[in-house]
Design a protein around this ligand. Structure first.
Ligand code: R5P
Length: 322
């Protein structure tokens, strides 16, 4: 397989430079020399400073906030790679923006996650690598191959090193129940599920709880924290139902928009564990935040894809694969 290509190249978009650098270091492969400019009207310009003809190229660009700029930059990079005669283009999109618009919940709504998939394909990507999609079914929006990785193993490994007495894994809504169940099984803990209702966009309420929380220390396992509304509603419901004021939260994609961080900085929250799929916003490096890096996971996926090796071992929640 690698013989088909003139080596492989790593192209870094501008949305998460630290993650790109960490992946490059893990792979001992320099990032492609690359120019990105933003014109005064907001248009983005990119150009490779290296020959890419025949190369197996991996473009790393999570599409977190500002989602539209980062998405557009990803599409423009893919177009540039295609026109530079790259042999294969893999879009490495650790956080897939618009994933929460993956179905019509009401009349006359768009399915923007599908539109984004179409745009990535039309731009010229041959495959997608992503982590903890809001809905796994988004893989089906692509006709190109996709590798859907998960941060579950690293989250489980982290909590195994913590005090888990009287702990319980909590899904903040029914959509996360499966993921929370997997974490609970890995940690050998009980679980509970919160039932969330959204009376309107970006407002969350917990209507009821499945599971017993009295006297237990919750570990909430979430895919995305944006406004923090879901977590705040969850924390209030857990406390009202007798949970200990010692709540740990693990989130794969810490978008932390607006005043989300301030909303979560409360004495009952003892720790916020996140990954670096998106950069933490300026000033968010507070004591209670623990950042787990997905760089080794992504780097290993890139290495295996380039060498035509199986990536599925990385999907399984087994530690020490990378
Ligand atoms: C939605 O169902 C997701 O899993 C998250 O719960 C949600 O997107 C978090 O958003 P926010 O922090 O704005 O409540």
């Amino acid at each position: 397989m690698p013989g088909r290509y003139v080596g492989y190249k790593l192209v870094a978009g501008t949305s998460n430079p630290r993650l790109c650098q960490a992946i490059a270091e893990y792979l001992r492969q320099p990032l492609c020399r690359w120019t990105t400019k933003k014109f005064t009207d907001g248009e983005i310009f990119v150009q490779s400073e290296e020959n890419l003809r025949g190369a197996d190229v991996f473009v790393i660009q999570p599409t977190g906030p500002p989602v539209n700029d980062n998405l557009m930059e990803l599409l423009i990079i893919i177009d540039a790679l295609k026109r530079a005669s790259a042999e294969r283009i893999t879009a490495v999109v650790p956080y897939y923006g618009y994933a929460r618009q993956e179905k019509k919940d009401a009349a006359r709504e768009p399915i923007t996650a599908r539109l984004v998939a179409d745009m990535i394909e039309v731009a010229g990507a041959h495959r997608l690598v992503t982590i903890d999609l809001h809905a796994g079914a988004i893989q089906g929006f692509f006709s190109i191959p996709s590798d859907h990785l998960t941060a579950l193993s690293m989250v489980a490994d982290y909590f195994r090193s913590c005090d888990l007495t009287e702990s319980i894994v909590v899904a903040p809504d029914t959509g996360r129940a499966k993921a929370a169940e997997k974490l609970a099984n890995l940690l050998d803990l009980p679980m509970a599920v919160l039932h969330k209702h959204r009376p309107r966009h970006q407002v969350a309420e917990v209507t009821h709880i499945a599971g017993e929380l009295k006297g237990l220390r919750p570990i909430i396992f979430e895919d995305i924290v944006s406004t923090g509304g879901t977590l705040v509603a969850g924390i209030d419901a857990l406390l009202a139902n007798g949970a200990q004021p010692d709540i740990r939260i693990a989130v794969t994609h810490p978008l932390l928009t607006g005043n989300a961080l301030e909303r979560l900085t409360r004495p009952e929250v003892s720790e916020l564990v996140v990954t670096d799929t998106v950069p933490l916003r300026e000033g968010a490096n507070i004591e209670k935040i623990k950042v787990l890096s997905v760089a080794p996971l992504l780097a290993e996926a890139i290495r295996r894809i380039h060498h035509g090796e199986s990536v599925s071992a990385l999907f399984e929640p087994k530690p020490s694969m990378y």
